[in-house]
Design a protein around this ligand. Structure first.
Ligand SMILES: [Zn+2]
Length: 169
């Protein structure tokens, strides 16, 4: 499923990443394609790293190219750090922030390790910043609960069939 199908999705995605306020001017189709390419490269690189591997050089190259376009300023306002986008070409500058952030996080400069959600149908990436680094799901509310429910059901079914204790809780 394409989650960045329209410019509105792109703005929402940037807002969700703490960039922009969702009121930026419409973005072109070309920029939308760029955003998709960037997001997919981040996802592929993150998936490789989460699996203990190294990203494809082409993906690293794409991330580095975007990160090099970084022009936003980090400003302190009301006690909070916030990205201030330049006056022109704001969406491209916002994508550069996403790329820079991805380079730092994927490359181990952030606080936490990159992991892939263990819920089979999800595969989403997340940063595990928990103390013991034992987090297994992108979100406890969605994927964590799904897995726990499935495990409970498996345990119940197993018990009915006379195999108690066969499921891992
Ligand atoms: Zn998940």
């Amino acid at each position: 499923m394409e989650r960045l199908a329209t410019p509105a999705h792109l703005r929402a995605w940037l807002t969700a990443n703490g960039i922009g306020d969702g009121t930026d001017p419409p973005v072109s189709d070309a920029l939308l394609r760029d955003a998709r390419d960037l997001r997919e490269a981040i996802h592929r690189a993150g998936t490789s790293i989460a699996a203990g591997g190294v990203p494809d050089p082409a993906d690293e190259e794409l991330l580095n190219r975007w990160a090099a376009r970084h022009r936003a300023r980090l400003i302190l306002t009301g006690g909070q750090a916030r990205w201030q986008l330049p006056g022109t070409d704001r969406v491209r500058a916002a994508l550069a922030i996403v790329a820079l952030d991805a380079v730092a996080t994927l490359g181990g400069q952030g606080d936490g390790v990159v992991k892939r959600c263990e819920q089979r149908t999800c595969g989403g990436l997340f940063v595990d910043a928990s103390r013991g680094r034992r987090r297994r799901w992108c979100s406890m509310a969605t994927c964590g609960n799904k897995v726990k429910k499935a495990n409970l059901k498996a345990a119940r079914d197993g018990a009915e069939e006379g195999h108690p204790g066969g499921a891992e809780l």
